[in-house]
Design a protein around this ligand. Sequence first.
Ligand SMILES: [Zn+2]
Length: 254
Amino acid sequence: MKFHRQTRKRYYEDSYASHCQASIIKIEADMVELDVTVAFPEGGGQEADHGTITLDNGRVLRFIDAKKMYGHLPGIAGFPDVQVGGVIWHKVHPDDVSLLSDLHIGDSVTARIDTDRRARLMLSHTASHILYVAVGMIRPDAVQATLGCHIRMDGARFDFGVTERFTPEQISQIQACANDLVLRNAAITMSAHPQEPDLRSWHCEQYQIACGGTHLDRTGPVGRLMVKRKSLGSGKERLSCSFPDAVFDTARFH
Ligand SMILES: [Zn+2]
């Protein structure tokens, strides 16, 4: 069932938007809902943005998490678990909760994200897809058995439900394929499903991945990718990547 409110997701219109004007829709004990936000809520493995909400009187509240609430499953093939619509709640820093009494429904505010954190998460998320594409070339069975992923500022990892472990040879092949894609500095685009704009896909060369995260628009800035394997016990393998030479472009935010 569709929730009756929906937050406008400014990060889908422009992933380099650092701030937006917004109105307060709802205030909870430590949460604020706005009509529009630049803050990406945790989802698809990508951690949430942090940032600030500035009131008209100049006071600033920090938020330390953003959460998607009351989405619904649209039941469209190819996106089995993706919730769409719904609202985004900004979790207020414990030290700033007392400022919530200054807020009123309908107040005009400015929402702003920590662009250094976002730039790192966008790059890490892009790196995770490059790794995933490379795993698909060498171990398509693992891609079919993906259990989950986690995207942090300094690295990303995937867990695969496979009994056949990744050999050191396969790891170096995966790393080489991933680095080829980085070196080609291939263009990355996003598309939205025609019936449901919140269902999005990542495209790079001939590869496509269903994903609602935020990404770079080229592979090059990821730099050299390093791939590591970790065994999680029987039937579970973890691959993680790091990117020691990455170029974080915070100057592109506006
Ligand atoms: Zn993605």
